[in-house]
Design a protein around this ligand. Structure first.
Ligand code: CAA
Length: 281
């Protein structure tokens, strides 16, 4: 089975890594050759971690890297694909444009998956002639470490395609869980209100950043506190997912905390900008 991954950012390079490590041929596609080169370097570094720990041999690392081919031309990169996983920037218009092109460039039987964290799979599917073969394959960051794949069925996704993607996720050593296509699916519908509530607790002066994170980390056995996790995900991403929930359900309980809105407007986006609830410089 040939895999094509669109987008070589954090999620895209992690997805390419996991497929290649599990013996799939992967075409990694991005508009920028620089991003592709950075992605290959990141994958190499993450494989090195595993070699150092003894969970992967040097030979397996070389084999994994040799299964990844990079492309800046999408049409060339997807023409032999049996499955495309799109992990481009989280922007509706961009994704719709990509799926229109994928529908034109891929074999008719090719499954088109999106790693979107909150954009409607049904909406994405509606711009293609194969809505039965469009599905959500939502990996978690860091992809090589996190076990979950949230598999999202759009309104028209077929049973056969869903079963195939559930099976494929298992072949990657992941544990899939199926959800239907409603705002935020399951992962972010539950995670984002928790993060938003943590930000409200800070905003209202209930406790400081470290205290909130310590309480949730040690009290609930979460690997990261909610504010550190928000920085890790990206505060702009958290804000945009909360807006999808707020718009999609029309329920004020999803309204983003004004502090989050201000921080994003000020350019404090978390780890990627060097400043969020914590400083990373
Ligand atoms: N590639 C490969 N391995 C990696 C890695 C990467 N990118 N990052 C970390 N690791 C490995 C480390 O080598 C280490 O392995 P061992 O335990 O076998 O030694 C392990 O992961 C833990 O890493 P560290 O010791 O460096 O650091 P840590 O213990 O602080 O763990 C973490 C880091 C795995 C990120 C952990 O803090 C964690 O699980 N955090 C929560 C992550 C989370 O919630 N992700 C979901 C975010 S939401 C999302 O992705 C979806 C969305 O739509 C917003």
């Amino acid at each position: 089975m040939n895999i094509a991954v669109i987008g070589s950012g954090t999620m895209g390079n992690g997805i390419a890594h996991v497929f290649a490590q599990n013996s799939f041929q992967v075409s990694l596609i991005d508009i920028s050759q620089d991003s592709l080169n950075r992605a290959l370097a990141t994958i190499g570094k993450n494989l090195d971690r595993m070699v150092t720990k003894g969970t992967l041999t040097e030979d397996q690392k070389t084999q994994t890297l040799s299964r990844i081919t990079t492309f800046t031309d999408m049409q060339a990169g997807v023409q032999n694909a049996d499955l495309v996983v799109e992990a481009a920037t989280e922007n509706v218009d961009l994704k719709l444009e990509i799926f229109r092109n994928l529908d034109a460039f891929t074999k008719p039987e090719c499954i088109l998956a999106s790693n979107t964290s909150s954009i409607s799979i049904t909406k994405i599917a509606s711009v293609t002639q194969r809505p039965d073969k469009v599905i959500g394959m939502h990996f978690m960051n860091p992809v090589p470490v996190m076990k979950l794949v949230e598999v999202i069925r759009g309104y028209s996704t077929s049973d056969a395609v869903t079963t195939q993607i559930l099976e494929l996720s298992k072949q990657l050593g992941k544990i899939p869980a199926e959800a239907n296509d409603y705002p935020g699916f399951v992962a972010n519908r539950i995670l984002m209100p928790m993060i938003n509530e943590a930000i409200y607790s800070l905003f209202e002066g209930v406790a400081g950043v470290e205290e909130i994170d310590t309480i949730m980390k040690l009290g609930m056995a979460h690997p990261m506190g909610p504010l550190q996790l928000a920085d890790f995900i990206g505060l702009d991403v958290c804000l945009s997912i909360l807006r999808v929930l707020h718009d999609g359900f029309g329920n004020p309980k999803y309204a983003p905390c004004p502090l989050l809105v201000n921080m994003v407007q000020a350019g404090h986006k978390g780890v990627k900008s060097g400043q969020g609830f914590y400083s990373y410089t």
